[in-house]
Design a binder for this molecule. Sequence first.
Ligand code: DSN
Length: 414
Amino acid sequence: MSDHVQNLEDFDPKVHEILEAEDRRQGRTIRLIASENYASTAVRDATASRLTNKYSEGYPGRRYYQGQQYTDAIENLARQRACDLFGADHANVQPYSGSPANLAVYYALLEVGDPILGMGLPFGGHLTHGWKVSFSGRFYDAHQYPVDRQTERIDFAEVRRIAKDVEPRLIICGASAYPRTIDFEAFAEIADEVGAYLLADIAHISGLVAAGVHPSPVGLADVVSSTTHKTLRGPRGGLILCEEEHKKAIDRAVFPALQGGPHMNAIAAAAVAFGEAMTKDFKDYAGQVVDNARALAAGLESLGLRLVAGGTDNHLILVDLTPRDMGGRDAAVALEKAGVVVNSNSIPFDSRGPFDPSGIRIGTAAVTTRGMDADDMGRIADFIGRALDHLDDDQALNAIAAEVEEFCSDYPLP
Ligand code: DSN
């Protein structure tokens, strides 16, 4: 057998060993990173398919290389399922991930230098919503809306005031760290009043939207962007949904303007994930994600922790550690030692810097996939509370990690 056809373990034991170790890490720890999930075996099978070998620049029926009988079939299926799942007119399933999807939307709708208005990164927005270090803050005249200082929720009077002032060509709603329901109707009204396009970036909540446990922006926003791997539980990838009117501009922006060959194996896996998301099991799953987030939020509050915006309506909780006199980074490092994996995160009006902010962000999409329920959230809150009480005590943190591993062994990875 030539080296080329040997399996991974035989050919490259080093890589194999690292991947096995990652599997064990994922299995023995509690995954609370709000943007992560566990894709199904079916999704991973499609990701590993031989479509990874194929180039297919263009779109179904109009490709630049031969041999597209099955790429066309798979991309058409993915597009149709995405449209059916979200009730959209058109879907582009080629973006490599969420940031390239947003870049394509900007490219399609704007000229360089146009004013845009998005949620500030420190208030829960994404880098690509106009933050200064991203293309969106450099190539456009980017303005940002905050959340209200008291309620830590979006203040639509303030969004409207800023929108009237800066007259953006595009308003971006959606967030990476906002625990409350997003009122897409209110954003659409403001966009309409100021003559702006509206982009809803639902990367975090697309699984909840697909399942009907969060309101949908489809039909309200001109364009909707998403990743496919967060609450939607697919492969890593991006998705753009739009009205018929923007279809040509969006498709041209993705290819040929910004991308070359689409990753057809990821598109096949996205088709599988869209199919999964149409099932009753997925609807039940998404409802449980929200129930679990509420249960975990209640558990954390009962430990005396302060939650940004007073709790959660979705899959995500932001904990403000300022009253505990600790930074988010120290907390995240200690939690990881205890087997609980989160990320440190800025909170609204954070007095600390982005590398060591005042909060941690917690999400329930992944633990719910493993089958954990609201009672289990009580156990998880307890692990978190004890780890935060023993920030510098490695022995105590190791002991919690052993308990976490035992707890996780009841919930095998998909
Ligand atoms: N990195 C993603 C998140 O964690 O929210 C956003 O791109």
